[in-house]
Write a protein that binds this ligand. Structure first.
Ligand SMILES: [Zn+2]
Ligand SMILES: [Zn+2]
Ligand SMILES: [Zn+2]
Length: 157
């Protein structure tokens, strides 16, 4: 049961991340997200405040879920925390290369994710936009990444 709650929360968080990005970060909290689309010098972005915002429910669930033994709230908190780590590794490290940890990867899924998010970043403004999700990639970007591989590995002639 614990594993189910963690996994369920993880996938729900992908929906939450998409929803927050589309309607909150590109909405009334655009002030904090703007410097992610129009970069300013310096390592930190105002956009990083969203990690803190997601850390609050996660920490509270850890605390209240472990007061009288461990209950389901603890595992929801865990799902949120694991999603946060994955989001950071994929969005901040893999895509935006704030750390050069995965520069050599050539995985199809990772290339599709990167392409989809680059499309999100083609828009620099608050209003229009696409590809607000992160780990769930629209199929066309998958196909493009796979086609690229096929063309590259096809023998000449
Ligand atoms: Zn955005
Ligand atoms: Zn980004
Ligand atoms: Zn973004």
């Amino acid at each position: 049961m614990a594993a189910l709650i963690v996994i369920g929360t993880f996938f729900f968080m992908e929906f939450m991340a998409w929803f927050m990005h589309k309607y909150v970060m590109h909405g009334f909290m655009w002030y904090f997200h703007e410097d992610h689309h129009v970069p300013e010098p310096g390592f930190f972005e105002k956009n990083d405040v969203f990690f803190l915002i997601f850390a609050i429910p996660s920490s509270l669930l850890f605390i209240f879920g472990s007061l009288n033994g461990i209950d389901f709230r603890f595992f929801i908190g865990m799902g949120i925390a694991i999603y946060g780590v994955c989001y950071f590794l994929v969005h901040d490290v893999l895509i935006h290369r704030r750390f050069k940890w995965f520069d050599k990867t050539n995985n199809v899924y990772f290339r599709a994710i990167r392409k989809a998010h680059k499309v999100h970043h083609k828009h620099r403004g608050k209003e229009e936009g696409e590809c607000f999700g992160m780990l769930v990639v629209p199929w066309k970007y998958f196909r493009a990444a796979m086609d690229y591989d096929r063309k590259r590995t096809k023998p000449a002639g």
